[in-house]
Design a protein around this ligand. Structure first.
Ligand code: PMT
Length: 403
């Protein structure tokens, strides 16, 4: 069982109502075997007591950059060198902006600048503040520097509004940190991912297709490879480069995609169907270009394509099977129906009626369902979302194996 045994975790707490959960977070991190030290910002002290954190962490709590007594004990440079992981939870909009700008005007930001530790942030704030362009830009900057983002979760907020911005629960944060610090979370695991659209030929020059760009599926392939998996990417026609570490199988039609999937499925542990597979294809592709005639109407006859995902889940020894659902209404109801009808382990639904989400966009948001639970992954860029989904799939895959 993966753990944080031997890991030195520096928990940075910034000012936000979710700070009241941090004594519990310290306990959960220690239960995983981590040695935890806590740094509080000035505003965090308004929400949670340093004494409580000292008691649960069994270590002195640091609060001030210019405190001679604290510097004489373990100074900011020593704390920066001590940590293997710096987890900032909750990370307020202000602290994210200051980290993004590279400020070093308090103890926590100074430690972050001076440390080579892995930096992980759990943003928590009002949903408008989270969605603000400035916050999203700052988060994007931090992620591009290799900072890992956990959450936020979506739901009812302390301010009464509903949306993304809640700090994930302490247990979820501790679990995610274990997986993130364990780069081999999917080591030895073979993951197959379908991506992109299919093209269903009408004649030698025309086809039926959809707006899938392949961005979501390719991001999943990268995230799974980062998590240590052997990745087979079965892709419809897209203009993206597959990650170097993936085995790429390029196809055009749904039937070709099914063949490519079935060719290797016996060695696959986790199957993720992210492709937008055409449900129907023309009964026949004409040998020659269909000519324009005098009549105003042209009737095409379509026939149902095989359902690749359902075929995989129906195998006698199926891999852990994860579907996607692209819906424009009743997202939860339709996704849960597909989960049951196709006998899947998990399904990730995107509401493609929302602007800037789903097909051919750089961002996405997912509601993920499994038999006994669900969670939502709020809007973010597709690679960040894919990393979160891959971590979740890894947890559920392992739970399923241990049954
Ligand atoms: O590629 P991008 O531009 O980044 O866009 C990403 C996306 C919107 C395409 C992706 O996030 C997504 O939602 N993919 C699934 C799209 C889809 O076809 O959804 P669906 O609800 O019609 O299908 C349900 C599931 O069955 C999907 O896992 C699909 O891959 C699978 N399916 C569907 C039909 C079929 N004949 N065979 C299948 O395997």
């Amino acid at each position: 069982m993966a753990s944080l045994t031997g890991k030195k975790v520096l928990l940075g707490i910034t000012g936000g109502i979710a700070a009241y959960k941090t004594p519990d977070l310290v306990r959960k991190l220690k239960a995983k075997g981590a040695d935890v030290r806590v740094v509080l910002t000035a505003s965090a002290k308004e929400f949670v007591s340093p004494l409580a954190l000292q008691a649960v962490s069994a270590n002195p709590v640091s609060t001030d950059l210019l405190d001679p007594a604290a510097e004489a004990a373990m100074g900011h440079i020593e704390l920066a060198r001590w940590a293997d992981i710096i987890l900032i939870a909750p990370a307020s909009a202000n602290s994210i902006a200051r980290l993004s700008a590279g400020l070093a005007d308090d103890l926590l930001t100074t430690i972050c600048l001076a440390s080579q530790a892995e930096l992980v942030i759990a943003p928590a704030m009002n949903q408008q503040m989270y969605n603000a362009t400035a916050t999203q830009h700052n988060l994007q900057t931090l992620r591009s520097r290799g900072v890992r983002q956990l959450g936020p979760a979506a739901g009812e907020q302390a301010c009464g509004e509903v949306g993304p911005g809640r700090m994930p629960e302490p247990q979820e944060l501790a679990d995610a940190l274990v997986l993130q610090s364990d780069v081999k979370a999917l080591s030895g695991v073979c993951v197959m991912i379908t991506a992109g659209p299919t093209q269903e030929a009408l004649d030698p020059v025309r086809y039926l297709t959809n707006h899938s760009s392949g961005k979501m599926g390719y991001a999943l392939a990268q995230a799974a490879a980062e998590a240590g998996a052997q990745v087979i990417l079965v892709s419809g026609p897209v203009s993206l480069n597959a990650p170097d570490t993936c085995e790429l199988r390029s196809v055009y039609s749904a039937e070709q995609m099914l063949d490519a999937v079935m060719q290797d499925i016996s060695k696959v542990d986790i199957f993720i169907g992210c492709a937008a597979v055409s449900d129907y294809r023309p009964v026949a592709s004409e040998a020659h270009k269909i000519k324009k005639t005098e009549t105003d109407k042209l009737t095409l006859t379509l026939i149902k394509n095989p359902d690749i995902l359902a075929n995989v889940a129906a195998l006698p020894a199926p891999p852990f099977t994860v579907g996607f659902a692209a819906e424009t209404q009743k997202v939860k109801q339709y996704a849960q129906h597909k989960l049951a009808a196709k006998k899947l382990n998990m399904i990730a639904a995107n509401d493609v009626s929302e602007k800037g989400i789903g097909f051919n966009s750089d961002s996405n948001a997912l509601s993920v369902f499994w038999q006994k639970g669900e969670t939502s992954l709020p809007v973010t860029d597709k690679l960040n979302l894919a990393r979160q989904l891959v971590q979740l799939v890894a947890v559920k895959y392992k739970e399923n194996k241990e049954k």
